[in-house]
Design a protein around this ligand. Sequence first.
Ligand SMILES: [Zn+2]
Length: 411
Amino acid sequence: MLLRARIVVPVSQPPIADGFVRVNGYRITAVGKWTEAENKSEAEDLGEVILMPGLVNAHCHLDYTDFVGAIPAPRSFTEWINAIVDLKADVDDAAHRESWLHGAAQCLRHGTTTLGNIETRPDLLPELWAATPLRMISFLELIVIRANSDAAQAVADLADWIASHKPPRGHAGLSPHAPYTTKPDLLKACAATGLPLAMHLAESVEEDEMFRQGAGALYERLAAAGREMADCGSGSPIEHAKRHGVLREGTLAIHGNYLDDDDIRLLAENQVSLVHCPRSHAYFGHAPFRAEALRAAGVNLCLGTDSLATMRDGDAKLSLFDELRAHREAFPDLELETLLQCVTINPARALGMAGQTGELTEAAFADLITLPFSGPVGNAIEGIINHNGPAQAVMLDGQWEVPSASSAAHA
Ligand SMILES: [Zn+2]
């Protein structure tokens, strides 16, 4: 298959005016200028569009999609935790499936082709995986707080499950939920599996207080729930993660809203990627995100949507374009190329998919999207970042999963 577009944005190289992408099976075999394409007979001209890689969303909870607008912005993180625990209590299997699939469809329509998702129901996951074309990087959540729970067994059970279950596209890993909902032996057991990990870290001021000072509302709530609190009061949540082995290459830190210079140095030294969720950050009213310091330290920085349960807008969608605009508003001096990398190449690397997705390059998966665009090639990246709403068309593995109106007419 040979695709021609007025502008091709490979991300791994500068935008190409009048470009082409050749696809063979489910992989890209060549990218370049139309004038240099060989054997043009079977070309499909996509016209006035930007043709670019599908976006990579490093952090989401698809099962919370139908909670959009259900929790008004809370006064504290602990208050939000209480609200989400209440909401989740009413979710049966059918509601879980529906919400997950609504979210997956929304991600796809808005141009995401690879998704890092936190999964709470491995028993339902194989049928959910089969029902979406998305390339899923599914992190199976572990919440184990009681001193007498067998953390090693809980990790071994999920690792066994992962060894015998694989999504049609993508792979699975583990998500020890957060420092406050896990125990040290659980973190050590997760690290020892060698599996990809994703963990909420340094998300709230209450979590920071719990670990640095051994005090505060979250500390009190978890102590009352039966958590052994001897691991609190000896440094930041990031130091806690380091102490118990989970700060390592292949770990994705989620949020990092409360980081001091030592925390940032630890993330960089240990090759941990970090995913920032701009709209979730705004919903909670967190302290300013330390994007510049993280970039200067060399941390691989990604943008994610988080879930729709942490959006101010009741009509919010799981769209990385909305996160791009929110991040740009907060950091107006950020270079546009750097911003685009946060939803393409960087999260691909964070999810263990470097060179395979998030860029149009030879041998990468043919995961592509088109956006309508009639401006000059020099404004293409600006055009991507200003894009609002669904993508025009979405391809995964060389198949149009969301056909554009015009290519649907051809079919
Ligand atoms: Zn999350």
